[in-house]
Write a protein that binds this ligand. Sequence first.
Ligand code: SAH
Length: 354
Amino acid sequence: MNKMIDLRSCSIKELEDLSIELGDKKFRGKQIFSWIYKGIEDIDDMKNISKGLKNQLKQVSYIKNMDILKVLKSKLDGTRKYLLILKDGNIIESVLMKYKHGNTICVSTQVGCRMGCTFCASTIDGVVRNLTCGEIIGQVLEVQKDIGERISNVVLMGSGEPLDNYGQVIKFLSIINDSLGLNIGMRNITLSTCGIVPKLIDLAEENIQITLAISLHAPNDELRNKIMPVNKVYNIEKLLETCKNYTKKTNRRITFEYSLIRGVNDKKEHAIELAQRLKGMLCHVNLIPLNEVEERSLKGSARETAYDFQKILKQNGIDATIRRELGGDIEAACGQLRKSFIEKKKIPNIKPQN
Ligand code: SAH
């Protein structure tokens, strides 16, 4: 039996080809595409499509590719954390944050993660599988429907490493950016990566106007090797060189993410060393005290330490902000909610296939 097609994973071109294959006109592809992004979940709701084509579509494809399992709403700031269940039973999480400038969703790009950062909950059990582009888009559509408001900004900062799922992530960006899709401007999209250098080089070649965030978290290789295994493959020098070339190509300012871990990377000398390394780059540092993860022994730095760290960076000519922590009362750290849910409910996490 042929596999059913996930319509949320299809580009306009693929839907045009499908329409022709099903014996209809090419232009139906665009119509089907725009229905999907109006948020319908049932093929029967495609009003300008003939009954015949709808019946054919139903035989080979579907729209809804996940269900909301649970929503946690923060009483502090309106942040909502979603647990979503995919068709194969895997569970992923997304977060909705309400800002003055609009609704922002943080999406996952993989089930789990294989990057092994020592402070992160997403990577504890490794990666299960990549998400398809339709499953990344599904998160935006489901949350948008749940809140009944448009989502204007997307950050790829949920579970998973976006550049470890490069093809699907690039397709996702182009579909949500499309004016017939979700029409989300590239400048309203942030992609965060731990720094897979060859893929960063490819990303620069795409020459798109997204904001690139690099999870740096340490000013030197000795320390970064200890907390981020990816650094043993692509060290800080290679990473920063690639970032400089990225900016040359795209003219975009890069954000460096720096989670402050108590007694590990938050000392005065770390701030000075970080400022020296970033000197002259078109960049900005985002500081955030570590979100404590139950399974990890690491602690977040105190607020005052974060302010001191920021002050040193600024004194040394590096622009820095302290990120506001949202959803502090709803297990906000990356991968935390999914992990605790799977364990408490004893839902077997589906194992990776070799
Ligand atoms: N894999 C990508 C994106 C997912 S993680 C990346 O590494 O950038 C999103 C951000 O949250 C990264 O900067 C990551 O380092 C950070 N992060 C993960 N766990 C965290 C925690 N417990 N506290 C604070 N930041 C954390």
